[in-house]
Design a protein around this ligand. Structure first.
Ligand code: SF4
Ligand code: SF4
Ligand code: FES
Length: 529
């Protein structure tokens, strides 16, 4: 179905955008950034901060005839509302005229900023958000040059309030935009923080024990438009402008979230470059703009004193630090010894990682086969080879999954094993995708599933084969356990649910599985596909 397009004018520029687009987003299409605080493109608009106030004019219709009223020159007559309106909650309409830079709109913006700053501590010089703070930037761009409020008259609130082990709150910096609470409610579905009290005394509090108990809490510090929420890890560690930014990929789980490593040289690391923080890097096909707390905070191993930073050779049972030349010679002697004699090559096994470059893998393979041994790509083990053959192809995007897609999650606690996929599967279900969970114990994901199948640990492959059996004619090749499993009513229902999918995606995990059972599970999933 083609989208209906709507034409309007924003700050004297014509824009055409799909019906239903919010003014703030239509403006963005022509490079016009209407300032916002509470609006966030990943969440429902709430119109709480009023920073995006604009003048909006709409074409006038004659009430009696239903015809558009026209000016003498034939153009549509536009009537502007008496008050400013929020660009973040108002959808565009045909012929609309928006003024974001008029005297009235600019005065509105200035007033809102002055109002937000009445009780703001203005402690930018010691605020961790300083240098990358939307409130600071928008105050510089649109705010009043001077405050009419005395510091002593300001409403003071707690400045060092840990919400949990990872996140700290400065209560008087909060501008009550609710981005953090909406993120936890809408995106994560962990209702662990919320508003308490009213008016200027309103505060963010945590309801959970332990505090701010969520795997995704760090994201609230990215989207908080002020320095109210910051991470305890980065607190007072560096100023943003001192940091170098390098693109990276999170190494902690299969999602491979895109990240930016913020680094700088430090005296306490003897002048070495150290990671100061890990930030999400936008990739709409992988992690959108989010990362989990493991990806954000589990980087300190890079500076661990236990890290291997120089070659070592085991002599008389002891690992002895040595030079590269000595270490390489010792390794070469060991390989030479294994490649001669009656067992030549049998003791040589090279295990390669799928993260190596093709050139490195080629050299590794030449090296091991040259010695009469063999090499194994560990990412092909445990079913990895089948994933390469029948798994999702390049360009697969969670954002496209909705009605017609069924996602089967088997033997996997997705929030533990691949946290961002948990969010993405949940969002796909929110858009209308069907979710089937097959797991030996309860997981958080089940809440969103239409079908849940429970099995005894170790029976994951048989359970999936039971689904295959339900859907196909008698299959003697499916093994003995499959017919018994397929008699289970829940398996039948899950199988029927899967069979109705126009698009089936299977995520299999490692809940209670080892290498062999993982291979069997992957084979069963491949059969089902
Ligand atoms: S803590 Fe930050 S994100 Fe949360 S309501 Fe306050 S200003 Fe908004
Ligand atoms: S989900 Fe978390 S652990 Fe996995 S890649 Fe993303 S940030 Fe890293
Ligand atoms: S950004 Fe529109 S009201 Fe906050």
């Amino acid at each position: 179905m083609t989208e209906k397009m709507v034409k309007l004018t924003i700050d004297d520029q014509e824009v055409e955008a799909p019906e239903g687009t919010l003014i703030v987003n239509a403006a963005k299409m022509i490079g016009n950034d209407i300032p916002v605080f509470c609006y966030h493109p990943k969440m429902e608009p709430v119109g709480m901060c009023r920073m995006c106030l604009v003048e909006i004019g709409r074409p006038v219709k004659d009430r009696q005839t239903g015809e558009w009223v026209r000016e003498e020159d034939g153009s549509l007559q536009i009537q502007f509302g008496p008050k400013l309106e929020t660009a973040c909650t108002t959808p565009i309409s045909e012929g609309m005229v928006v003024r974001g830079n008029s005297k009235k709109a600019l005065a509105g913006r200035k007033d809102i900023l002055e109002f937000l700053l009445t009780s703001h501590p203005l402690d930018c010089p010691i605020c961790d958000k300083g240098g990358e703070c939307p409130l600071q930037n928008l105050t510089m761009a649109f705010g009043p040059g001077q405050s009419r409020f005395l510091v002593d008259e300001k409403y003071h609130l707690g400045k060092h309030v840990p919400l949990g082990e990872l996140i700290i709150l400065d209560r008087e910096r909060c501008i009550q935009c609710a981005r953090c609470t909406r993120f936890q409610d809408e995106i994560v579905d962990d209702h662990v923080i919320g508003f308490f009290q009213r008016g200027r005394g309103l505060e963010i509090v945590t309801f959970s024990d332990p505090g701010f108990d969520s795997y995704f809490s760090g994201n609230t510090t990215d989207i908080c438009p002020v320095g109210a929420l910051t991470t305890i890890d980065f607190r007072f560690e560096a100023r943003p402008w001192e940091l170098m930014v390098g693109a990276s990929i999170c190494p902690h789980c299969p999602v491979g979230c895109n990240t930016s490593l913020n680094t700088r040289r430090e005296a306490r690391a003897q002048g070495d470059v150290v990671i100061k923080r890990v930030m999400p890097r936008q990739n709409e096909k992988v992690n959108e703009i989010w990362i989990c707390d493991k990806g954000r905070f589990a980087y300190h191993f890079a500076q661990s004193g236990d890290r291997l930073v120089q070659p070592m050779v085991r002599r008389d049972g002891e690992l002895i630090p040595t030079t590269w030349t000595d270490a390489l010679n010792t390794a070469a002697e060991g390989f030479k010894a294994s490649s001669t004699g009656p067992n030549a090559g049998k003791d040589v096994l090279a295990i390669g990682s799928g993260r190596l470059s093709n050139e490195d893998l080629y050299n590794l393979q030449r090296f091991s086969t040259g010695l009469g041994g063999r090499s194994v790509l560990y990412t092909s083990m445990g079913g990895g080879d089948l994933v390469a053959q029948v798994g999702v192809g390049q360009g697969t995007n969670f954002s496209d999954m909705g009605p017609g897609t069924t996602i089967l999650v088997a033997a996997c606690d997705l929030q533990e094993e691949a946290p961002i996929w948990f969010l993405r599967v949940k969002q796909a279900v929110d858009r209308g995708a069907n979710l089937v969970v097959v797991n030996p114990r309860t997981t958080k994901l089940e809440k969103y599933a239409s079908q849940v199948v429970r099995y005894a640990y170790g029976a994951e492959a048989q359970t999936i084969l039971g689904m295959v059996n339900t859907l196909s004619a008698k299959r003697p090749d499916l093994g003995e356990a499959a017919p018994a499993a397929s008699r289970d009513g829940r398996i039948n229902e899950a199988a029927q649910s899967v069979s109705r999918a126009e698009n089936l995606v299977i995520i299999y995990g490692s809940e209670g599985t080892g290498l062999e059972s993982s291979q069997a599970l992957a084979q069963a999933c491949a059969n089902l596909l």
